[in-house]
Design a protein around this ligand. Sequence first.
Ligand code: NAD
Ligand code: UGA
Length: 471
Amino acid sequence: MSSKDKFLPKGPGYVEKKILCIGAGYVGGPTMAVIAEKCPEYRIDVVDIDKKRIERWNSDDLPIYEPGLLEVVEKVRGKNLFFSTHVAEGIENADIIFVSVNTPTKTFGEGAGMASNLQYWEEVAHQIVKNAKSNKIIVEKSTLPVRTAQAMERILKANCKGLKFEVISNPEFLAEGTAINDLLHGDRVLIGSHKTKSGLAAAEEIADIYRHWLPEEKIITTNLWSSELSKLVANAFLAQRISSINSISALCEKTDADISEISYAIGKDSRIGSKFLNASVGFGGSCFKKDILNLVYIAKSYGLTEVAEYWHQVVKMNEYQERLFVRRMIKEMFNTVSGKKIAIFGFAFKADTGDTRESPAIEVVSKLLEERAKIVISDPKALENAKIDLKEFEGEISYEEDPYKAAKDCHAIAVLTEWNMYKDLDYNKIYDNMRKPAFIFDGRNILNHEELYNIGFNVFPIGKGQMTHFE
Ligand code: NAD
Ligand code: UGA
């Protein structure tokens, strides 16, 4: 039997392995959908305590917007992929349990604003102990502080009724907006385990899942702690590149150098590479800030002050970049935005997602509202989340999916998400319907600035010369 034949379905109803995923979020949903598609002989149950979220996973209106996700879900849902709220039953039946619950920054007590809040994760450990009746492999899919597996093992061992739980770290590297492609063609899968006989055997079982579609060289195995820490470090390095290029964008604005030309020039050096060098209003998303702050907290807790300060600067630079953007808007609009109508093009933290967690748009809009600007928010997928994020400003903001209607009678447009659709709008039409002088602040450098200037706009990109019609 070739290694491929091993994975062929062995007739109707055959189930080789039962996988449970606890947490049906941005990671749990897409990851399990792809595993279900690629491993037809496995039964995959995805459970969550959020009843509404599960209802949406069982409908055509999925709880998250992710290109290509619905197609994959439709192929496998009800066949070998099941969404439910049956956490206890799921634990009892599963051979392998992926834990993919949220691990946000702690907002209270020791480590507030820095450390990971592990309460959801720990609750899962207790639920596993309570409901398990057979040995299981527990897979950390959530991003966790280094050495979390040790804590998990201690909880599991303290109550294990003679059962054996092997804890494996298998962090997720997908990015939102490209999740399906990342899962299918990711650069690597990382599996960390104890180097004991049972640890290595469990790691092999997890590797077997990914072997259904990924070549062997993409499956990396390490010890548990390297795997946990690699995830934090990967996000820290990616975010560091953005903060680095953003720091230079501020310098470009002072010196007439052009940040896009610099990104291109330095990215051509194969040691540097071209990815993650787009200057922007700042990075957002649920993870970069949280994971770096967690890294900072861990370094501090080991007394590594310089290491902590070094990484903290990446987050501070990002906050600076967001503030700088708003300050520039106010300064260029004659030092006041009070009473001026401003259209926000894009509220999602990046293109191709409806997710707005830590979106720079939240900070920009809040600051503009403090300055008493009138805000209209437009976004093709994120208005539902924007309304939740900005609940405290209810009545002060309007929401308009159509960018043409959003920009009508506005003094300025701020592009805050790199949605492709914003590149192709009819800016002549938009300009005609705006107040004059009309301003456009391109927080993503995605528009054709010269064309906009020729239409009549005063154009303010990031990290490159502004183009204005003023004397
Ligand atoms: P999410 O908030 O979208 O989903 C987490 C889900 O877990 C929620 O639906 C919540 O209701 C559920 N949950 C919490 N406690 C539970 C419990 N006791 N039982 C059952 N369900 C429970 O979070 P996410 O974005 O999917 O992130 C999950 C983890 O993956 C985080 O650690 C994150 O850092 C990491 N991660 C996220 C991404 C991403 O792109 N969002 C990428 C890589 C890694
Ligand atoms: C990021 C990582 O890329 C994933 O590998 C990781 O799994 C994930 O975090 C996670 O742990 O949650 P994600 O946040 O979904 O993925 O999206 P990214 O593409 O990394 O973008 C993050 C932010 O940086 C966005 O706001 C984006 O617009 C911004 N960005 C990205 C820039 O400003 N410039 C760039 O050059 C690239």
